[in-house]
Design a protein. Structure first.
Length: 254
């Protein structure tokens, strides 16, 4: 399968402007993501950005980048525009989150392998929630949850806790049920990506502010691949400080 990875990267961010260029160790965050993606996809990785500073940073470090418009409503649309601007027609497109500097290459490979099943249109990741993280993390609307069939097909994504455990007090839920946290990296067949971008907003998406619900509401098949790895998304200055701490800890241990 001809596979490419696209890393959407905007300079503008409400909570952390200039996020892709924030330094983690000696390199900007977007370069950490790019290097990890390249371990899985080789030279078939591009950063898609609407900002010349990001473009020049990536290309200056030896990476590939493509300019896209400022009108893209989300990363999925930016991926499709990037592919069209590059004139490419890959079989599989991986939308790699530009704010997860520790995403392992093995998770990207896991998503690509899901397409050995011809029924899979979209693949994404989940990890089992660790009860040690506690109820505050489980209840957080900033931590989307997902449920799926025994065959790995997504049933629903929610900012609320799913499943609801009817016959136990909420203090006992971590002992009586298994919860899965959604990790927002996606891979698409090219036709599925084109369809996903063309679909109008859906009621569930508008309610939960989760783009993938639009795809589910329109009957698209989303495969859930469960991983044991723990990625880390940088959304706020506090997250950035934590990413720097993790980086320093990893490299001091070497």
């Amino acid at each position: 399968m001809n596979t490419i990875g696209i890393i959407p990267a905007r300079f503008s961010s409400t909570r952390l402007p200039g996020k892709p260029l924030e330094m983690i160790g000696p390199d900007p965050m977007v370069w950490h993501v790019y290097r990890n993606a390249s371990l899985a996809l080789g030279n078939n990785v591009w950063v898609a950005t609407d900002d010349r500073r990001i473009f020049e940073t990536v290309t200056g470090l030896g990476g590939r980048a493509v300019m896209t418009s400022t009108d893209c409503p989300n990363g999925t649309a930016r991926c499709l525009e990037a592919i069209r601007n590059l004139g490419l027609t890959p079989d599989i497109v991986v939308n790699i989150q530009g704010d997860e500097p520790f995403m392992p290459a093995s998770d990207i490979s896991r998503l690509v392998d899901a397409f050995r099943d011809p029924e899979v249109e979209i693949a994404t990741l989940a990890r089992r929630f660790d009860p040690a993280d506690g109820f505050e993390a489980l209840f957080s609307p900033d931590t989307p949850k997902v449920t799926f069939t025994k065959q790995g097909r997504a049933l629903y994504f929610s900012r609320s806790i799913i499943p609801y455990v009817r016959d136990a007090k909420w203090q006992q839920w971590l002992e009586t049920a298994t919860f899965h946290i959604h990790i927002g990296m996606y891979a698409f067949r090219l036709g599925a990506l084109e369809k996903a971008v063309s679909l109008p907003d859906s009621p569930l998406e508008q309610a939960e502010r989760l783009e993938q619900l639009r795809w589910l509401e329109n009957g698209m098949n989303i495969r859930i691949e469960v991983t044991d790895s723990t990625s880390f998304s940088v959304d706020t200055p506090a997250d950035l400080n934590e990413a720097r701490r993790r980086y320093d800890h990893q490299h001091l241990a070497l």
